[in-house]
Design a protein around this ligand. Structure first.
Ligand SMILES: Nc1nc2c(c(=O)[nH]1)N[C@H]1C(S)=C(S)[C@@H](COP(=O)(O)O)O[C@H]1N2
Ligand SMILES: [Mo]
Length: 156
């Protein structure tokens, strides 16, 4: 009893690390990706300027991940599909809304990736295990730390 209470207290005091599972939610299909599943996908690099300093990240293109949940890309991203939104969520509840087209490498040169490494090493605990990296932004406000999910949402 005492031991159980002590264990619960210890768990309660442990730092709330973001889970290493990424959920990609679409209308029809959802995917839960762990570190191994992510590591099996093609890799991309992205560079952002953070407080005047360049930072180099690598990971998987957000468009590739969204494609696994049924999102159209490239030439197929036209017409009604251009009204699709993507909600990116962090483990702390921080959320950023994008349009699907903003994340498409066939539409824009600035890359958006789900990074799992910075300078070839796993992300720092404060950033990771996954961080959304939005190239080209003047402020890093849309680069969601502790990314836990990307969700496709159709605007009614
Ligand atoms: N999960 C999460 N990500 C976040 C935020 C946050 O509060 N929670 N703040 C954003 C804002 S407003 C900024 S400016 C940058 C700051 O990140 P940095 O301290 O690593 O530069 O993180 C962005 N990503
Ligand atoms: Mo910010």
């Amino acid at each position: 009893m005492i031991a159980t209470l002590a264990a619960l207290l210890l768990i309660g005091q442990a730092p709330a690390a973001a889970p290493a599972i990424l959920t990609i939610k679409g209308e029809a299909a959802s995917q839960m990706l762990d570190a191994a599943a992510l590591a099996a996908l093609p890799r991309e690099t992205a560079t952002v300027t953070d407080h005047g300093k360049a930072r180099h990240f690598s990971g998987v293109s957000a468009a590739v991940l969204l494609g696994k949940a049924g999102a159209p890309s490239g030439e197929a991203l036209r017409g009604k599909a251009l009204t699709t939104m993507v909600m990116a969520s962090g483990s702390d509840g921080y959320r950023v809304a994008f349009s699907l087209a903003e994340l498409d490498p066939g539409m824009r040169t600035a890359k958006v990736i789900v990074a799992d490494q910075e300078d070839g090493k796993p992300l720092a605990a404060r950033d990771g295990p996954y961080k959304l990296i939005v190239e080209g932004d003047l402020r890093p406000a849309r680069s969601v730390r502790g990314l836990v999910g990307l969700e496709l949402k159709r605007v009614p």
